[in-house]
Ligand binder design. Structure first.
Ligand SMILES: Nc1ncnc2c1ncn2[C@@H]1O[C@H](COP(=O)(O)OP(=O)(O)OP(=O)(O)O)[C@@H](O)[C@H]1O
Ligand SMILES: [Mg+2]
Length: 366
């Protein structure tokens, strides 16, 4: 079964053809990172407009790379929740129109489920390119003999760590999700992005912090672990702790504008702060995951999902866990197609293309 997966929930316009949930025939991702690096964050209206421009070229390229025409496609899957309203609208309206036009069943997929199901996809390397060009978008071809990766076993725990979410999910089986821990405030990816801003590192902050941390001393600055009971998280305090530690380090009062702090930091101090912050963030995630494993002793696998799962220090701290291929950690269409495949296997029925709605804030449990 060949599914065309479409993803536009934030600032990546992506489409992919995946066969039987695991065989990636194509995977095209056009990122708007170049546009938003200038602003230091995503501007929803600009993101929606960029999706509109890139959407059809990305889909056509995904079909071309997979050597498919519409007759070869069995179903269309699209992210309908959660995410930016305008961005979700472009992806879903495109998918609805194509489903009607080509008479294909349409499946609506929750974005966090897609991130989790990236762990069922084989290692791959996909190309990212800026939104003004599709030149860099290459296909990622996988042959079935390469699919040697062992799949996660149920019941499992999924640590979902992205730009908008930080949750621990309990999954007794395919397509069954129970939230057992969630953040009270910022997501961990958001925290990486905000700390990067304080340190004068570029957007998105996660990769920039990871890179700076390579040259830093992770033990130089002691940062606190938030006191949150149970399996929940809090990351806004950690961001403020970094801010206060930087202000103290450079000897300015707490009223000093945070955007000017970077001018007072040496390169070594930036690297040391990046390393100390990354170490603390990883420790917090690992601690909560260990607590969750104690509460769910029959867990057979742990999977990590979402953009922050690309983090190398976290991968090293959790050697037993499943991680997506680093290039499949961020938003992409292959994970949407994979999630949809397993939903279909679980008996989920297609949605009405004339009625499909978007849900910018709905939980993965719905
Ligand atoms: N190597 C890395 N280390 C840490 N964080 C990273 C790394 N690479 C990316 N990130 C972070 O991942 C986040 C983006 O992940 P993702 O694309 O999954 O988020 P999103 O789709 O915007 O949000 P959500 O999935 O919650 O809707 C950003 O906050 C980015 O800084
Ligand atoms: Mg995402």
């Amino acid at each position: 079964m060949k599914i065309l997966g479409i993803e536009t929930s934030c600032d990546e316009t992506a489409a992919s053809v995946v066969e039987d949930g695991v065989k990636i025939l194509s995977n095209v991702v056009v990122s708007q990172i170049d546009i938003f690096a200038e602003y230091g964050g995503v501007i929803p209206e600009v993101a929606a407009r960029s999706h509109l421009e890139a959407m059809m070229p990305v889909i056509n390229k995904a079909l071309l790379d997979a050597s498919c025409d519409w007759d070869d496609i069995d179903a269309i899957a699209v992210t309908h929740a959660p995410g930016l309203l305008g961005s979700l609208l472009i992806g879903t309206l495109t998918a609805r129109t194509l489903a009607i036009l080509h008479d294909k069943p349409l499946y609506a997929v929750h974005h966090l489920k897609s991130h989790v199901y990236a762990n069922w996809l084989p290692e791959t390397s996909l190309a990212r390119s800026s939104s003004d060009t599709l030149k860099g978008a290459r296909p990622s071809l996988r042959s079935s003999e390469n699919l040697t990766r062992l799949v996660p076993q149920f019941p499992l725990l999924a640590l979902v760590i992205s730009g908008g979410h930080t949750q621990i999910l309990h999954m007794p089986g395919h397509n069954q999700f129970e939230i057992i821990g969630t953040t009270h405030d910022d997501a961990v990816g958001e925290c990486f992005d905000k700390v990067a801003k304080i340190l004068g590192l570029p957007y998105p902050g996660g990769p920039a912090i990871a890179k700076a941390a390579e040259g830093g001393n992770a033990n130089r600055y002691k940062l606190p672990h938030p006191k949150v009971t149970g399996l929940d998280f809090s990351f806004s305090g950690l961001k403020t702790a970094v801010l206060r530690a930087v202000q103290k380090e450079v000897g300015v009062p707490i009223s000093y504008p945070s955007h000017k702090l970077k001018e007072l930091l040496s390169e070594q101090q930036i690297c040391d702060f990046a390393a100390s912050f990354q170490k603390t963030a990883v420790e917090i995630l690992v601690e909560k995951l260990e607590a969750a494993l104690k509460e769910f002793p029959d867990t057979k696998s742990v999977v990590v999902a979402g953009g922050v799962s690309a983090n190398k220090a976290l991968r090293e701290a959790l050697p037993e866990a499943y991680f997506p291929a680093p290039d499949l950690s961020g938003d992409n269409g292959a994970m949407v197609a994979a999630a949809s495949y397993y939903e279909i296997q679980s008996g989920v029925k297609p949605t009405d293309p004339y009625k499909l709605n978007i849900y910018p804030r709905i939980s993965v449990e719905n």
